[in-house]
Design a protein around this ligand. Structure first.
Ligand SMILES: C[S@@+](CC[C@H](N)C(=O)[O-])C[C@H]1O[C@@H](n2cnc3c(N)ncnc32)[C@H](O)[C@@H]1O
Length: 333
């Protein structure tokens, strides 16, 4: 696997975690999906001594983490949802600037790098995130051409997608998001569904964690760690593993036709760096949720990291992709 850390846009901070096999209260660990609270701003970049929550800021995602997961994300995404999407896009009235795609919570822009070259015709991507640092990376590394060679342009918009309105999506052909729904609340997903429905715009919402993980070889603690991690994801009211189900219901209530498709990460020896980062974050969040797992979880992580380093660990991290075909404004779905 190409090391995604070395291919990132200039200015990025290289992610070179020290080899460790412990989970400590101050570890900088990265969860498999979504932000988590302290300790260590897992999935986030430490920019100052005071943690982001203490400073009253939302957690920030490290671009290194997003880049490390990008190849596995690309391999996992559900291609089966693309044909129904292409049909919907082909039936939209033509626009001078082509297909207008709003990518919500774009991070460093991996969704556009994957999707733009799979769609024909000129595209204009509107990249939304609350983090200006990530928006910068997304703009620098944005895709340049569509499947048929047509031009792809981008603009960035900094803001809170929890406050998205149909007006903000005026003129949109498509809304996308990736690894986002599980870090939103039920209310925020409801707002998103309402905005898309109000704008008559389809939505492709990918890579929401499903709360299931298969590790081979298995270990007696797998289920307990999984359960603790899932509880951790939900504990501040975020949807975590309930995201796809809640979103499907929210869009359906607005009259959308919804399809959900599995999009699992399939991690083998060639993904050792990603698996290691994911394991540290996954176990770290579980321990934060269930401190009583302490010693057992430490031993578990050490064993899992050793198996990973030996090239003998396989992990399937289940996700879901969702396509919601909202009723076009003034027409039937
Ligand atoms: C897990 S990352 C996924 C990034 C990217 N979509 C990807 O797949 O690599 C979630 C992203 O959503 C952004 N985000 C989360 N909640 C947000 C909100 N309420 N408003 C704007 N951006 C948000 C974060 O800053 C982060 O870039």
């Amino acid at each position: 696997m190409t090391n995604p850390v070395t291919t990132q846009p200039s200015g990025a901070i290289p992610a070179q975690p020290k080899p460790r096999d412990t989970v400590e209260a101050t570890d900088c660990v990265i969860p498999g999906a979504g932000p988590a609270d302290r300790p260590g701003e897992r999935a986030t970049l430490r920019l100052r001594e005071t943690g982001p929550e203490e400073a009253g800021e939302p957690p920030r995602y490290a671009p290194e983490w997003l880049q490390l997961r990008e190849p596995a994300d690309a391999a996992a995404r559900a291609h089966d949802l693309l044909d129904p999407l292409r049909i919907r896009l082909a039936n939209l009235p033509g626009r001078a600037d082509g297909t207008v795609i709003h990518d919500l919570g774009c991070g460093t822009g991996s969704m556009g790098r994957w999707l733009a070259p799979l769609l024909d015709g000129a595209q204009h991507w509107v990249l939304h995130d609350r983090d200006p640092y990530l928006l910068h990376f997304a703009a620098v590394a944005s895709p340049r051409s569509a499947a048929d060679g047509s031009r792809v342009s981008v603009e960035t918009r900094r803001g809170d997608i929890a406050r998205l309105t149909p007006d903000a999506l005026h003129g949109a052909s498509l809304v996308t998001a990736s690894a986002l729904l599980d870090v939103l609340t039920r209310e925020e997903v409801g707002t998103l569904a309402a905005a898309c429905a109000g704008a008559g715009c389809p939505a492709l919402l990918t890579l929401s964690v499903a709360g299931r993980v298969d590790l081979t070889p298995s270990h007696p603690l797998d289920a307990e760690i999984t359960e603790a991690f899932n509880d951790h994801q939900r504990r501040t009211g975020l949807l975590g593993p309930d995201a796809a189900t809640v979103a499907a219901k929210a869009f359906a209530e607005h009259g959308a036709t919804v399809r959900v498709h599995p999009s699992p990460w399939r991690l083998g020896p060639e993904h050792a760096a990603l698996t290691e980062h994911w394991l540290r974050g996954w176990v770290g969040a579980a321990v934060e949720q269930r401190p009583d797992l302490g010693e057992r979880a430490q031993r578990y992580l050490a064993e899992r990291l050793a198996t990973c380093a030996a090239g003998e660990l396989r992990v399937v991290v289940h996700h879901s992709d969702l396509l919601a075909l909202c009723r076009p404004r003034g027409g039937a779905s």
